[in-house]
Structure formats: structure tokens, C-alpha cells
Design a protein around this ligand. Sequence first.
Ligand code: SF4
Length: 720
Amino acid sequence: MLGGMLTTVTSTHCPYCALQCGMNLRPAGEGGEGVEVVERTDFPVNRGALCGKGRTAPAVLSSRVRLAGPLVKNPATGELEPATWEEALRAVAEGLRRTRDGHGADAVGVFGGGGLTNEKAYTLGKFARLVLGTSQIDYNGRFCMSSAAAAHQRAFGLDRGLPFPLEDIPRTGCVILVGSNLAETMPPALRYLTELKENGGRLIVVDPRRTRTAEQADLHLAPRPGTDLALALGLLHLVVAEGRTDDDFIRDRTTGWPDARAAAMSHWPALVERITGVPVPQLREAVRVFCEPDNAMVLTARGPEQQSKGTDTVGAWINLCLATGRAGRPLSGYGCLTGQGNGQGGREHGQKADQLPGYRKLDDPAARAHVAGVWGVDPDTLPGPGRSAYELLDALGTDIKALLLMGSNPVVSAPRAAHIQERLESLDFLAVADVVLSETAALADVVLPVTQWAEETGTTTNLEGRVLLRRRAIQPPEGVRSDLEVLHGLAELLGWEKGFPTDPEEVFDELRRASAGGPADYAGISYRRIVEEDGVFWPCPEADHPGTPRLFLDRFATPDGLARFVPVTHRAAGEETDEEYPVVLTTGRVVSQYQSGAQTRRVAELNAAAPGPFVELHPRLAERLGVAEGEPVAVVSRRGRAVAPARITTGIRPDTVFMPFHWPGEGRANTLTNPALDPTSRMPEFKVCAVRLEAAARAGGQAPGAGRAADQAAGRAAGG
Ligand code: SF4
């Protein structure tokens, strides 16, 4: 049963990824007590297409899989037991207050999520800084797009995932897609690449795996994981050597070229081939295909970003765009394919450790004064910047003794996850607001069940920077409350009777004022405009401003209007392979699960399609290990051991294995991953770590092969 009956068709957006596909909801089932997703062809981004996750999203509205009421841990038994909302909110307020009074405001942490609506992210940041007075707030979006955001800021003075709408992609001449598997992560977006090719454009895919996306490419470059920085530098080297730079663009629209050029020239093709494994003729071919058309784009995703050098890696791809004049012009540019549902908006309005709403900097006195004015407080009362996501989680149980967590499941999604689970277990107090009893919620002292997607109204900002409205279609069940109601209730109990409204539109109107004049300016955007215009692109400073689908056409957002070349050079991953750990592990997603799987693992149809983790490996590696398709493989890193069935394919390099990260337990990929952080973005290195493989013992039998490290090292040498 759902919470309440839907009587009319409601246009809204998918609860999952950053494409934010448009969809309609209509009554379903006898008596109309259910809801089903139907096509919404008038929304331009997906034109009615949906992936299986979007189509099955109503399944998570069912009371059979979700939390029905608050839970509070019984100290005598250690078990979570049903409680009233009043008891649960009082327990949370008391837990946070006790910690703050006993250990100081920064002993209380707050952790948010890239799936929260703009209104929730804004209110969570305000709650942390005003009510709790803590600087210790960050969110799981740090794990997702922060390196691209940092590189954007550095080069262009502004971070918006795509500086152009998706509709421009089919009309450019060439796209280099780096570390993105759209066929699995956002299938409806694949049509933009199909149309590109139908229009005569060319597609180059950079990925260590021959993914379903890579199979669409005219040219597939498969570098060793963690070496795409060298690859981009090698391409730029060839651009210079072959006289393909756009010297007018470099002179008129950029600064810093001589140093970036010098850095690229030290990455000559033969060296780049040795580092990446990509043959020189392929490098030359890529440069030719990229440079020949009048327009071209580079699009990156988690591949280059989730590295301890992610900011520099993205920076190298931006340098390639700038040197060839493929930026700040129609149908050309660099863009990041944001991943999480509100990954873009979630990083703009104050749940990030160093930010205030409107993408303002927390250490900027003018920004503090503006936002404090909107909030009606003295700017000096606002705390300063806090720790980044992994550093915050790593400090749990030591410096940070209590945590309020909303919309995140770090037990599955954080790097070095077993350690993070221990840190969560060592807290004095943990409160989790979520839709379902996630693996993290199961550790909490108090669990607050909240509304979701079709039960609430709020805005998200998709990967294009288009602000959208998700609309409430049905009444939520009796026992749940919205995140805004939760924060309102807690604020009241902690002495803030005003300032935390529960009406999303009222929150959005305040967010507009707080963002006014900032880099991500929403001042001119209203709920009414979003509905009438199929979304509004920020910046949109006035009510009569048309919004900004295309950025940087006249000037970049730097003080002098020029884009910045930043000189970058290749460096090793945080953890390189060696005799003991001779194979590279890279991680990612599959089409039928989403992020930590907290929602999608509860959908029967999705579980049937993607029932569990696996280890993808090359036949040569499988043979050395002595495992056959489907047999268990243990993957061991310096941080732990995970076991999952082998999936053998020639579509992966022989020196590399791949695991999807959606599952907890024995097959949890993030047990293995390395929390080495990028020095600028503080993003962990999910895409590269050193492992060894062992053929795990079959039930009732011996391990079929020794899987010795030296044998695997031989595989590495062969992988080249
Ligand atoms: Fe939802 Fe993303 Fe699938 Fe579209 S592509 S239906 S937004 S999960």
C-alpha cells in the first residue's frame, strides 16, 4: 500500500540520477491506490525515455520496503524499537545538545547527500551553522563530482557541470568521453551520442574497459586506470607538435599557456604510451579526429575525477580544450557529467564544508555578511570551513562524537568502508534520516523515516544546470515526515522557533535571496517559471532574466574574463601495484542499481537484473587464477578482502579488475578502495587501488587455484 491515493496525473522527475528525467505519475491498481510511471514526452532532456530505475521507482514508495515510523535504540538490548515522533525528535535533540555542551559545537557533525533537494541541502547547511554552530558539515557529493568542480573553478572561475545544454552534443563535430559509461549510468542520455554519429560527428571513448558505451565509439582508448592525466597531456603534446593549437583563442581568451605548454611537452608520445598502454598511433588518431572538425567537446565523469589527482586530470582535459579553442564557443567546450540526482544543486547551497548558499565561499567576508543578513544573524557567529567528507567520517568517534546524517549510506559508499563503519559504531550518538533502513541507518541510535520523491515538492538542478521542480503526487504515509519537518522540529527543540519553515516553496524563496549576487544565482527563478519553462538554467539573477543555458560565450567567470591554463604533470596513483598487490582495481556502477543501492536493492525487478556484486576480469587473469565464470574470487587490498563471483570478459585489460560498488557485506567493493585524497578537491581515489586476487574456496571444497601474486604480476606485464 502507498501512503495516499493519487487522483490526477502529475508531471515530475525521477528520484535517481543527475539526468533528472521527466516522467508522469498516474493512479494504478484496483481502486487507484497504487501509482505507476508513464512517459512524459514533452520534457526535452529525455523525451519520454527512462531507464529501469526510473520506471520502477514507485516500488520504493511501498510500505513493504520502507520505514513506517521512527525507531529509537533500546539501551538495554541495543535493538532499534518503534517510538513516537516526539520521543524520537527529543532523543535526537538531546543527543546533539549533550555532545555540544560537553565537547563543543565542532564535536557535532552533519553529513548530507547529493540526492537531497536544493531546499533540503540549503536548510541542512543553515541548521548546522546556526542551530548547532558546527563547522563540521559535508556530504557524499564530495565522493562524486568535486574534482571536476575544483577544476572548473580553477580554469573558468565557475563550476557548472555542463556549460551548455545536452541538446548541443549532437551538433558538435567530435566528443571525447572520458571515464563515463552512459549506457549503464544514464541510458536515455546515450541518444545524444547516437545522434552525434548520425549527424556525422565522431565519438572517442576513454575507458580501461570496453563498456557498452565504448562499443559505440569510433575510437576507444583504454588506458591503465589512473593514467588518463598522462593521456590528456600526450594528446596536448601532439596538438602542439602538429601545429593544431588555436593561437588566436589562446591569445584572446586565456592566460597561462606557456607553462601549460611546457608541462605538456615533457609528455612525449612514447613516454605516454609507456605510462598509459595506449599505442602512439591511437594517440595520433585521437588528435586528428578531435581537431579536424570546427567544433568539439570533452565530457568527463567519475573515471578521471575519482582519483587522488582528479583535479589535475580534469585540468589536463580542460587544457586540451583551451589550446584547441574548444571552450567558450557555441557547440564546443568542456563539461562534467554530474552523477547524483541533485549533485549539481547539492554542491551550490551550503551543505559542503566550505560553502554558503549561491556557491559562495564560507571564508569570504562579503559572502558571510550577505548570507548572515538573509538569516538575520551576526556574520561573526557563522563557523568557518570544516573537514571534507572522508576526513569528517574518519574523525567520527574521536574529534566528532555525534552525527546527524541525511540521505547518505557511507557504510556502503565510503572508501575504506569497513574502517568507516567502525568509526560510525564508535560514535556517542548517531541519528539517521532516511526512507529505508539502510546499512548506515541500522547502526543509528535514532532513525527518522522521511518522505521521498513523489510525496514531496522541491527543486533539483540537473547536470546541465537546469533547475527543475519535483512535485508531490501522493500523500506520504502517516508515520513519516519530510526532512524539512525534521529540521524544523529539531531546531525548535534546540531553541530556534523561527527560521526553519516546512513549506518547500518558502524555503526556495529564501534560498533565492541567499543566492542573489552569488556565482550560482537563483534569484530570478520561481516554482511557477520552472513549470512553465521546463526548467530554468542558472545564473538567473532577475525575474525577467531568461536564464543562462550557455556559459562563457563572451567571457569566462574569472576576474579578467580569461580562462586559466593550469600547468599539470602526470604523477602516480596514491597506491601503485607491486609484487604483493599486482593488479589494479577500479570500481563503478551497473545499470540496474543506483549508488549504495539503498533504494534499488529493494526493487525486485532491479534485483533480478543485477542481483549482486561481481569481479570482472580478463580470461588470461582468470586462467592464471584458475577460476571459471561464476566461481568466487577474493579481491584483497591493504584495507580488506571482498569476495564475489568471477565475470570473465575480454573487454577489460588483463592488468585490471572491475567491481560495482552497490552492495554491502562480503562483496562490498568499498572495503577495498583507497581513501587517498586529491589535495584540492579532497575527493577519494575510488578508481584506482592495488589488489591481489585469490580463488576463494568453493563451499565444501578446496580453492581451485593458488592465485599467487607473482603469477598476477606476470598478467600485469602482459596487460600493457
Ligand atoms: Fe532516472 Fe537517471 Fe534512469 Fe533517467 S537515467 S530514469 S534520471 S535513473
